[in-house]
Design a protein around this ligand. Structure first.
Ligand SMILES: CSCC[C@H](NC=O)C(=O)N[C@@H](Cc1ccccc1)C(=O)O
Length: 641
C-alpha cells in the first residue's frame, strides 16, 4: 500500500528526551496523533514515557496532554515536566516518580511557566515566566516596553502551588537558565527584550552567581543555540556563530567560566553543530550535520582548534539530538532515516541500539527509494540534494516536483523528509519524481556556503533551483513541461518567484506562507532586523526599488502557471497579507489560475491536524490536477472525500 496523506497525520515521533543522571534510563515524550477530521485545540498532545535499563517501556500518564520541557531530578528519583492539565489555568510544573507514577503539581504561576531548571542539591529550582501584567485592551502602543520573561527561584520543600512574585533576574528577557553542576552559578541565555527579532537574532550568554548577581557576559558574536556547563563547572561549551552576520548558528565554542574570549573548536569542519554534551571535563560530544549526512563526533579539548573531531557513532540515519549525563559514556539519541521518522536510540559501550518502533505499520507501506544526489550549478558550485522516486521501466517522461526548503538557512538531510507541508513519499507514490535541493545559503556546509547567497535575494540561490530542475530533467527522464515547485516561507517565496518570473519553466506551484513583496514584508514581519542584517546585509530603505524587483509581486505580468497560495491567518513571520497581495494581483493582472486558502488560528507552521491534513491534500491535489491530469482550469473548491 502506498503511504497516504491520512497516514502522515498518524505518524508518532519522539519529541523531547533526556537520559537519567544514573545513565540507565531515558525519559521521553512522543506526539499523540489526532483525528484530522475533528476540530481540536492547537496545543499538540504528547505522551510521557520512560525506558528502563532493560529496555522496557513504561507510560507515565494515563492521558496524553500538552507537555513541554521534561527533566530528571538530579538524584534520578523524579521526572519533572511542564504541562497544562485539565483545570489548570496556566502551564504548570509537575513531577512524578517513575516507580509510582502519579503526577503532583509542584509550581504554578499567574502566567504560563516557560521553562525550568533544578538546582543540583534538589532543594530549589528556577523557572521563567512573564510577570502578571495588565494589557491595555483598547490600544496597543508599538513603542511600549515589551513584557519580558523573568527568572524566579523557589524552594522545592514548600511544594505547593507557588505564586512567586520576586524575580531573581528581572533586567532582561530570559530564554533559558542552567545551574552549574556545583550549584554555585547560573548560565543565562537572555535577550534585551522579548521581541522575536531580539530573541532569535541577538541572544546573549552570561554567567551569574546562583543568587542572580551578574558575574560576566560571554562575548558571543551572533545567533546562539544550546550552551552546556562542563561537569566541573569551570567551562561552558556552546553552539554559536563565527560572525554577527552569520544567518544561523552552527560553530562550536568553549570558554572559561571566569575569563577570556570564547575559543572556536573544529574550525576546519565545513558543517553545522546541532547539539552538544560533555563526556567528562575534557571532552565533548557533538551532533554534526554535514551536507545531507549527520554523525556524532568526539572532541578532545586539548586538541588544536583545527583538529578534525573523531566520529563516535555510526548512526545509519540522521541524528538530530543527543542527551548525555554527568560522567557517562552512554548517549540517548533521536534519529530519523529515509525509512522512519524520529525514534529513540541508545549508544552504549560502542554499540547503537534502537529503543522505539513507534510506527510498526510503516513496514506495510510502500516507500519509494531515496537517494542523495550531487550536481553542479552553472557557476561550477557543487550542490547536493535528495531525490525520491519509484523505479520504473516506462520510457515516458515523468512529472516532477521540486520542494524548496525555507530559511534559507536550513537544509535537507538524507533522513525522513516527508511531512504535512512536503508529503514527499505520497507524491512519489503518485508517480512524481521528487527533488529537495540544498541551494546556496543552506546550512550544513560551513560558513562560506551559508553566506554565499547574501545580498542577492532570488539571484544565484534561485539559479541553483533552475540548475536543479535542468539536472533532474536530464537524469531522471522528467518531462520539462510538467515540473511543479512547492515550498513554505522562504521556500514559498521561491515557489511564487518560479511561477511568476519563470513561468515557462514551472508548470504549477504551491506557495505556503510565502513572501510576495519584500517591501511590505519589512514593515509587517516579526523579524525585520534579522532578514536584512543577516541576509540582505543592507538597510531596506536604501533599496526599495531593488527589493520590489526581487519580489514575485513585480513579475505578475509574466505569470501564467497555476499557483495555489496557502497561509495561516495568524502568521506573524510572513503575514497573510503577503499571500493576499499576490492573489489579488494574479487574479486581476494575469492569466494564471490562482487560488488562496487561508487557515484561521494557524501561524507560521500549522499546529492542528485538520489544517495540516487539508494542507497536504490540497497541495497534492493541485499538482495531480495540473501535472498528471493536465487540466487548464482550477480544480473544484472542495477536496474529494
Ligand atoms: C527555519 S530558520 C528560519 C529563520 C529565518 N530567519 C530569517 O531570515 C526565517 O524565519 N525565515 C523564514 C522566511 C522569512 C525570512 C525573513 C523574514 C520573514 C520570513 C522562513 O523561511 O521560515
Amino acid at each position: 500500500t502506498p503511504l497516504s496523506n491520512y497516514d502522515l497525520t498518524q505518524l508518532r515521533q519522539v519529541h523531547a528526551m533526556q537520559q537519567s543522571p544514573r545513565n540507565e534510563a531515558v525519559a521521553f515524550t512522543i506526539n499523540r496523533p489526532g483525528d484530522p477530521l475533528q476540530a481540536q485545540n492547537f496545543a499538540p498532545l504528547r505522551e510521557l514515557l520512560w525506558v528502563d535499563h532493560h529496555g522496557e517501556f513504561h507510560h507515565l500518564l494515563e492521558r496524553a496532554m500538552p507537555i513541554g520541557q521534561i527533566a530528571w531530578s538530579p538524584d534520578g528519583d523524579y521526572i519533572w515536566f511542564l504541562a497544562q492539565q485539565e483545570g489548570d489555568s496556566t502551564v504548570s510544573l509537575y513531577r512524578l516518580s517513575p516507580q509510582h507514577p502519579s503526577a503532583v503539581k509542584m509550581v504554578s504561576h499567574t502566567t504560563d511557566i516557560e521553562g525550568f531548571n533544578l538546582h543540583p542539591d534538589g532543594t530549589t529550582l528556577v523557572f521563567w515566566a512573564t510577570p502578571p501584567t495588565q494589557q491595555n485592551a483598547i490600544a496597543r502602543i508599538a513603542d511600549a516596553p515589551a513584557v519580558n520573561t523573568l527568572l524566579y527561584r523557589v524552594s522545592i520543600q514548600d511544594a505547593l502551588p507557588v505564586q512567586s512574585s520576586h524575580p531573581l533576574i528581572a533586567n532582561q528577557h530570559i530564554i533559558r537558565a542552567q545551574f552549574s553542576p556545583d550549584g554555585q552559578w547560573l548560565l543565562i541565555t537572555g535577550s534585551k527584550d522579548s521581541s522575536t527579532d531580539q530573541r532569535t537574532t541577538y541572544p546573549r550568554l552570561a554567567i551569574h552567581k546562583a543568587n542572580g548577581k551578574l558575574h560576566r557576559t560571554l562575548n558571543t558574536r551572533g545567533k546562539v543555540h544550546t550552551a552546556q556547563w562542563s561537569p566541573d563547572s569551570k567551562q561552558v561549551a556552546f553552539i554559536g556563530s563565527a560572525t554577527a552576520f552569520q544567518p544561523t548558528w552552527g560553530e562550536l565554542f568553549i570558554t572559561d567560566r571566569d575569563k577570556g574570549e570564547p575559543r572556536q573548536l573544529a574550525t576546519q569542519l565545513q558543517a553545522q553543530f546541532r547539539d552538544i554534551g560533555w563526556f567528562g571535563d575534557s571532552s565533548l560530544v557533538g551532533v554534526v550535520h554535514q551536507g545531507t549526512a549527520a554523525s556524532v563526533v568526539k572532541l578532545e579539548l586539548d586538541a588544536p582548534p583545527d583538529a578534525m573531531p573523531h566520529r563516535l557513532v555510526d548512526a545509519q540515519g540522521i541524528v538530530s539530538r543527543l542527551s548525555t549525563s554527568p560522567g557517562a559514556n552512554t548517549l540517548a539519541l533521536k534519529i530519523h532515516s529515509p525509512k522512519h521518522p524520529s525514534e529513540l536510540f541508545r549508544w552504549q559501550r560502542g554499540k547503537l541500539q534502537r529503543l522505539t518502533v513507534l510506527n510498526p505499520w510503516l513496514d506495510e507501506r510502500r516507500l519509494a527509494p531515496q537517494q542523495v544526489v550531487d550536481f553542479d550549478a552553472r557557476d561550477g558550485t557543487s550542490l547536493h540534494g535528495v531525490v525520491v522516486a519509484l523505479p520504473t521501466k516506462d520510457k515516458t517522461p515523468r512529472p516532477a516536483l521540486i520542494y524548496v526548503h525555507g530559511g534559507p538557512e536550513v537544509h535537507e538531510s538524507n533522513g525522513w523528509v516527508t511531512r504535512y507541508s512536503q508529503p514527499v513519499q505520497v507524491a512519489a507514490n503518485l508517480g512524481f519524481v521528487v527533488m529537495l535541493p540544498n541551494y546556496r545559503g543552506s546550512s550544513g556546509r560551513g560558513y562560506r556556503f551559508l553566506t554565499s547567497g547574501q545580498g542577492d535575494y532570488m539571484g544565484k540561490e534561485f539559479d541553483d533551483i533552475l540548475d536543479a530542475r535542468q539536472w533532474l530533467i536530464e537524469q531522471y527522464n522528467v518531462d520539462p513541461t510538467r515540473v511543479g515547485i512547492a515550498g513554505s516561507s522562504y521556500g514559498g517565496y521561491m515557489a511564487s518567484w518560479a511561477v511568476t518570473k519563470h513561468s515557462t519553466d514551472f508548470a504549477a506551484g504551491v506557495s505556503a506562507m510565502g513572501i510576495a513583496n519584500q517591501v511590505s514584508k519589512f514593515g509587517t514581519t516579526d523579524i525585520p532586523s534579522e532578514m536584512h542584517h543577516m541576509h540582505l546585509l543592507s538597510e531596506p530603505w536604501k533599496q526599495w526599488t531593488w527589493l520590489f524587483s526581487r519580489s514575485p509581486l513585480s513579475h505578475v505580468n509574466t505569470a501564467n502557471s497555476p499557483l495555489l497560495l496557502l497561509h495561516g491567518e495568524q502568521d506573524e513571520r510572513v503575514p497573510v497579507s503577503q499571500s493576499q497581495e499576490l492573489y489579488r494581483a494574479l487574479l486581476n493582472g494575469s492569466d494564471s489560475p490562482v487560488r488562496l486558502v487561508t487557515y484561521p488560528g494557524e501561524g507560521h507552521g500549522f499546529a492542528s491536524d485538520p489544517a495540516r491534513y487539508d494542507f497536504s491534500r490540497r497541495q497534492l491535489r493541485w499538482f495531480y490536477h495540473f501535472l498528471i491530469e493536465q487540466h487548464q482550469q482550477l480544480p473544484p473548491i472542495e477536496l474529494p472525500d
